[in-house]
Write a protein that binds this ligand. Structure first.
Ligand code: TXD
Length: 308
């Protein structure tokens, strides 16, 4: 039997993630959304692309969770975007409801699966999935750092006119204004970027990375980024399901690491067959440590408002 990945939320990130899973033949895909007909339509369209693209997995669309039974992993992208007149707290409550409902229904059919959360506010929604699923912390994680560091890698490549595949970049902290790009640990073919460009350019790249999501929202006007976010979530799924043990920055549940307790914050972790295999604690300067703690404070403020 082939393994199965469920993607909850068939919008921009969810549908693109489903397509990437299929094109990489990572697993069969079940796409779930509350909108009637939409996940079924997108799934059928995507499945038909397999004849041209040459993949052999199945893609099923559904409005309920029966078809998700026996999934190895779930990517939760379901949620609302902030609408005019809606406060961040309103959004927090609404998306908490959506993520809690999705988690409860999914886990009833796949009690041992891994959950990768994408819905914003990311770190708080990952905590919702952990609490509601009752899964151990190694099985529930959030996608943000892979995306943020992909953005930083892209900006470094643009600056130096070199291949992105040569570049590693590290971004820590919560997903939001308080994220912490780490130029010291960002390298091109092993060379720290601080050796390759001026302090001003490094600073400009860090700032552009931290506002990378907003830059795309301002251009698109009707939504937020989804090509890079879906690629990032699927890379995490691949590292877990194929036991690749890649080190990736992701939102993981900290219990004392980095001096932060019982909170999801973005830090580097090894992702393998057991999900979060190991959290890597790197030495931070006093300034970086203060920025990470500030970012964790911002996450805690939201988590304290959760109802679950
Ligand atoms: O780095 C990151 N973590 C992020 C997070 C990067 C990009 C996007 N990020 C967040 O992901 C974004 O702020 C949203 O909270 C989610 C999904 O973004 P997307 O761009 O895909 O939003 P869409 O296109 O509006 O899709 C959301 C879908 C839509 O089809 C709804 O009908 C569906 O979610 N939805 C549900 N599906 C299933 N179950 C329930 N309850 C439900 N409610 C809404």
């Amino acid at each position: 039997m082939r393994r199965k990945i469920t993607v909850i939320g068939g919008g921009n990130v969810g549908a693109t993630a489903a397509q990437r899973v299929a094109e990489q033949q990572l697993a069969d895909v079940v796409l779930v959304d509350v909108v009637e007909g939409m996940p079924q339509g997108k799934a059928l369209d995507m499945y038909q692309s397999g004849a041209v693209e040459g993949f052999d997995v199945t893609i099923t669309g559904a409005n309920d969770y029966a078809a998700t039974a026996g999934s190895s992993l779930c990517i939760i992208t379901a949620g609302l975007a902030r609408k005019p007149g809606m406060s961040r707290d309103d959004l927090l409550r609404k998306n908490e409801e959506i993520v809690a409902d999705a988690t409860r229904k999914f886990i009833a059919h796949s009690p041992d699966a891994f959950i990768i959360v994408v819905t914003n506010p990311l770190d708080a929604m990952t905590e919702v999935a952990r609490r509601v699923s009752g899964l151990p912390k190694n099985k529930v994680l959030g996608m943000a750092g892979v995306l943020d560091s992909a953005r930083m890698r892209a900006f470094i490549a643009m600056e130096l006119n070199v291949s992105m595949t040569n570049i590693h970049a590290f971004v820590l902290g919560g997903h939001g204004d308080t994220m912490v790009p780490l130029p010291r640990y960002s390298t091109v073919a092993g060379i720290p970027i601080t050796e390759l460009m001026s302090a001003e350019r490094v600073d400009a790249i860090c700032k552009r990375t931290a506002t990378g999501g907003a830059e795309i929202v301002n251009l698109l006007k009707t939504g937020s980024a989804y090509y890079a976010p879906s690629a990032a979530a699927v890379e995490m799924a691949d590292s877990i399901l194929n036991d690749k043990r890649k080190i990736m920055p992701c939102a993981v549940y900290l219990e004392g690491e980095y001096g932060i307790d019982k909170l999801y914050v973005g830090v580097p972790a090894v992702l393998g067959a057991n999900g979060v295999e190991k959290i890597i604690e790197i030495k931070l300067t006093a300034e970086e440590d203060a920025a990470l703690k500030k970012s964790a404070e911002a996450v805690k403020e939201l988590v304290d408002k959760l109802g679950c």
